[in-house]
Design a protein. Sequence first.
Length: 254
Amino acid sequence: MRTSLPPGQTLTLHDMQMYYLDAGEGEPLLLLHGYTGASTDWAFCFDELASQYRLIIPDLRGHGRSTNPSGEYRQRQAARDVQALLDHLGIGSFQGIGASGGGNILLHRAPQQLERVEAMVLMSAVSYYPEQARKIMRSYTLEQVSDEERQRLQQRHPRGDEQIQELFRLGSAFAEQYDDRNFTPPSLSTITARTLLIFGDRDPFYPVSIALDMHKAIARSSLWIVPNGGHVPDLNAPFVPSLLPFLRREWKRE
């Protein structure tokens, strides 16, 4: 299995430098990693997807090789960054896959650009942060990270401990952010994109009830609950074979 991606490039957007990879041929497919992740998180499925789609894979603001001089992280601003990247590349309509915070960014765009977001796969992405998630955000520190996860963080973020510590500092501030994301059922109901919601039923951050509510609110949605799955459940084996029919418009809402 591939563990790295081909070389990408850097673009000046707003107040930052965004690193991204543009590879493959076909319809555009945007891949957005989660918070503290990086573009390399998609290496496991790159070859199969790049053989069928034009993949756009950025490092989000402050992650990987992208900078974030603002001193804060708002998903609304990260969504604007991604929109500016797609504008720069001349991409109109697209499909997108977002893991956790990456899926939240797609949620920011979908109600505002109905004609542009054709389809999206949201993995452990939510319409709001419940108190159980905010409690974890307030208390979770870098010191609690396992040695294995710390090594993964160091591989993702080339500026080292300073960059990683900044991500944790900014991430803890999510616990007190109430204006950056709060998508109500009426706002979700305006989404016209085909939507696949993927949730683990053992996610420590988000109860499955949020996924059920989102599924009810988004008219063209399907829901995949992963048994014994945690936050962004491990889908390496079944992920691409199960996902391709959805991207090819072969899934039907039951």
